[in-house]
Design a protein around this ligand. Structure first.
Ligand SMILES: Nc1ncnc2c1ncn2[C@@H]1O[C@H](COP(=O)(O)OP(=O)(O)OP(=O)(O)O)[C@@H](O)[C@H]1O
Ligand SMILES: [Mg+2]
Length: 240
């Protein structure tokens, strides 16, 4: 379970996240939906310890991310919105590095790396430097790194952006399997269709506030008889 307790975050001249409160239960695919600039990435960066939290607290499976950052980091895997890290490493070096950091046993890592990178169609590129990878390939190598160490909680910032249809399908299937094993998949998106297709629960964020949290049926029910979710989403997010 992820507990986000009334967190806030300001940048000079801008409050990006305001008193945001969310509970994310186990066994669910949880969509964090909002328009550009809503505060999704800022929230995710606080969850993952990249940005300090101004006010409030976040606990992942009971571990406070600010008080016990190392312990928390072993519980989750994170795919950032822009995967431009470790560009000088070869794909295989990056995955072996991740496997070392997270103590993935030598016997299983080779098999897992092969399975994951073949599933995403980047197996052939493992000996190339990440610098030479396209955006989608970088995304896939980072996703493979997360899946390699098999954390309980997946935190994915716009994971499907830039993936081709086959890889997008593969990742969605993996997300479903992970949630079906009782684990958490938390991901951000600004695409309503993705949420409708994939999520058990959704939170809609706009201007740093959560406007709604619930399942799809509750979302429809709560916001009048409107059967057009797209209109609903636009209504919820247009005026803040
Ligand atoms: N490092 C920063 N310095 C100043 N302002 C920032 C910084 N990072 C984010 N912001 C501001 O905070 C607000 C929320 O940004 P954030 O990146 O969290 O949005 P988002 O929901 O992830 O949007 P997108 O869908 O475009 O990724 C925006 O107004 C943005 O300009
Ligand atoms: Mg973002």
């Amino acid at each position: 379970m992820i507990e986000i307790n009334h967190i806030s975050k300001s940048f000079p001249g801008k409050q990006a996240v305001k008193d945001l409160y969310l509970n994310i239960p186990d066994g669910k695919i949880f969509g964090f939906l909002g328009p550009n600039g809503a505060g999704k990435s800022t929230t995710i960066k606080m969850m993952t310890g990249i940005l300090p939290i101004d006010e409030g607290s976040i606990r992942i499976n009971g571990v406070d991310v600010a008080e016990a950052p190392m312990k928390a980091k072993h519980l989750f895997g994170y795919v950032p919105d822009r995967s431009d890290i470790f560009l000088r490493l070869k794909g295989i070096e990056y995955l072996n590095f991740i496997a070392d950091v997270f103590h993935v046993p030598k016997q299983v890592r080779k098999e897992k790396i092969e399975y994951l990178t073949k599933s995403f169609g980047i197996y052939e590129a493992l000996d190339d430097h990440i610098q030479t990878y396209s955006h989608g390939m970088r995304q896939k190598i980072v996703v493979s790194g997360v899946l390699l160490h098999d954390p309980d909680v997946w935190i994915l910032d716009e994971p499907l952006t830039g993936l081709d249809p086959k890889s997008s399908y593969t990742l969605k299937e993996m997300m479903r399997e992970h949630a079906a094993r009782g684990k958490i998949v938390f991901f951000s998106t600004h695409v309503l269709e993705v949420v409708e297709q994939l999520c058990d629960e959704v939170a809609i964020i706009n201007n740093g506030h959560v406007q709604f949290q619930g399942n799809m049926a509750e979302m429809r029910q709560q916001f009048k008889e409107d059967d057009n979710l797209e209109r609903l989403f636009l209504e919820l997010t247009q005026n803040g």
